[in-house]
Design a binder for this molecule. Structure first.
Ligand SMILES: [Zn+2]
Length: 199
């Protein structure tokens, strides 16, 4: 699927899994879901004709900045975690994530970044850096791989094992179902935002 769809479905899935009832929990779900939902396409290069990956990254970055500010202002779960974590843990988590992103961007599309190994190693980095984000990140990541499995380009889910590449070949990544999932993700996220606001 396309980048914007991965962001919207990633956030909606993270909200569904973590079921936040506070603004703090909502911020965690949005940031973790948006980043987890899009990180698998880190190896996709944006070009002048095809800006979807770039636009999706800007949207995920915008959501992250806005909800990080909310978290800092409200002394939420993320800033509290950063302040309480040891600097060794923060440095180790950051170093692991930076190394994995550098490595991931060098791999072929839909291999390491869409695999179980990618999920486990990136989630470990997120857990070291900021434990409260882990569940939402995992939910966003899994939603990405499940959405891509519906497409016509195979995923190497057991990377580095070459066998077992597969996909369901149901839809084109940029077809009508992409728009349906994009809208479902936005509606689901807005529904949950309204729920949190009313509590
Ligand atoms: Zn993908």
């Amino acid at each position: 699927m396309m980048g914007k769809t991965h962001v919207s479905v990633g956030v909606a899935t993270a909200l569904l899994v973590t079921q936040p009832v506070t603004l703090g929990g909502f911020s965690v779900a949005v940031i973790g879901g948006a980043i987890g939902g899009i990180i698998s396409d880190m190896e996709v290069r944006s070009n002048p004709k095809f800006r979807d990956a770039l636009h999706a990254r800007f949207i995920a970055l915008g959501l992250t900045v806005v909800f990080l500010l909310v978290d800092v202002i409200t002394q939420g779960l993320i800033i509290t975690s950063f302040l309480e974590n040891s600097s060794l843990r923060l440095i180790t988590g950051s170093a692991i994530l930076i190394a994995l992103v550098i490595f991931g961007r060098s791999t072929s599309h839909r291999t390491f970044t869409h695999s179980l190994l990618g999920l486990i190693s990136l989630s470990a980095g997120v857990w070291l850096l900021c434990p409260p984000l882990t569940t939402a990140f995992v939910a966003g990541f899994i939603s990405h791989v499940l959405l891509d499995l519906l497409n016509k380009q195979p995923i190497q889910i057991f990377y580095p094992i070459k066998k077992g590449k597969f996909c369901l070949k149901l839809f084109y990544a940029n077809g009508a179902m992409n728009t349906v999932f994009l809208i479902l993700g936005i509606v689901g996220s807005l529904f949950w935002a309204g729920r949190v606001a009313l509590i």
